[in-house]
Ligand binder design. Structure first.
Ligand SMILES: *[C@@H]1O[C@H](CO)[C@@H](O)[C@H](O)[C@H]1NC(C)=O
Ligand SMILES: *[C@@H]1O[C@H](CO)[C@@H](O)[C@H](O)[C@H]1NC(C)=O
Length: 290
């Protein structure tokens, strides 16, 4: 009889847990690197074109959206407010041409809150130039000038220096970016996407999409920079793009829904993470890491 009661108790507990399953969970994002585990870093970042299909002003204000649906001031308004709502949220901002413009329009009160977001690591600037410059066509003086202008703004307003190079959309890559605008600027690492398809295939086969790149012969080892090349493009794995108008299956975490799909979505995500690791580096894929 006691055993039966115990069983009923257990059953009730399970039902209770199921009922609260889809409630708000506080995620602990302070755990950093876990040894002997595959550590997956989700990187929410801006990719705001500083004048591509429409003008810089049109991108900022959201004008002429029939040319391209883009309104950077709204991106910044909503990102900053989401960061202020929850300390576990993080965001990376890249293009200072837009950020500086937005910053100049904010109240002193909001500016002080944004400084706090930068100081506590919720908001980080990477690359930090006015834009993500092309590497093939501009003169190197322009590359230096536009990077310097952005970094001076970040230093003046936040007392920080960007540590990560982020060249995910230029068509072609130069050694000058790696040593002069990477290692010499003081970056720890450089990440880039877009590369010649044959080079990418070769690197996938040889597991050399992550390398230490020594961009300058004369500067030797002081010009070395950790470099990560994206295995495809810069977008998320298939099925995990949640932009407006995208068709990836949303995560439905309510047990009462017929379309409850947490296990399936978690499995897909783990598979995507493993596929990415196996495309980039050789060491981990030879062992088990889950
Ligand atoms: C989050 O994790 C860290 C590191 O493991 C731990 O020290 C801290 O107490 C945790 N915070 C909460 C709210 O669980
Ligand atoms: C942008 O929008 C303005 C105002 O609607 C219009 O006058 C202008 O022709 C548009 N520019 C382009 C390039 O479509």
């Amino acid at each position: 009889m006691i055993r039966l009661l115990n069983n009923i108790f257990l059953l009730l507990l399970i039902i209770c847990f199921q009922a609260i399953d889809s409630k708000y969970i506080i995620y602990n994002t302070s755990q950093l690197i876990q040894p002997n585990k595959l550590n997956v870093h989700l990187v929410p970042h801006s990719h705001d074109d500083v004048g591509w299909l429409k003008t810089v002003d049109q991108y900022y204000t959201g004008a002429n959206n029939s040319i391209r649906g883009a309104c950077v001031q709204n991106v910044l308004d909503s990102v900053i407010s989401a960061l202020l709502d929850d300390k576990n949220r993080k965001f990376i901002y890249v293009e200072i041409a837009f950020f500086q413009r937005w910053w100049n329009q904010q109240s002193e009160l909001l500016k002080s809150k944004v400084k706090e977001l930068v100081n506590n690591g919720q908001l980080e600037f990477i690359n930090g130039g006015m834009c993500m410059h092309d590497e093939a066509t501009p003169h190197y003086v322009d590359l230096i000038d536009q990077t310097t202008m952005g970094h001076m703004f970040i230093n003046k307003e936040f007392g920080q220096k960007p540590r990560v190079g982020w060249q995910i959309d230029p068509f072609g890559h130069s050694a000058v970016q790696a040593y002069l605008l990477g290692a010499e600027v003081g970056f720890d690492s450089l990440f880039f996407a877009r590369m010649d398809y044959q080079d990418r295939e070769k690197r996938k086969n040889e597991k050399t999409l992550e390398i230490v790149w020594q961009g300058s012969k004369s500067l030797g080892s002081s010009s070395q920079i950790f470099t990560g090349i994206f295995p495809r493009h810069y977008d998320p794995p298939d099925g995990f793009t949640f932009e407006i108008n995208d068709v990836s299956p949303p995560i439905q975490d309510d047990h009462l829904l017929f379309d409850y799909n947490v296990q399936e979505r978690v499995d897909d995500f783990v598979a995507a993470a493993i596929a990415q690791v196996c495309n980039c580096i050789s060491v981990i894929c030879t062992g088990t890491f889950l």
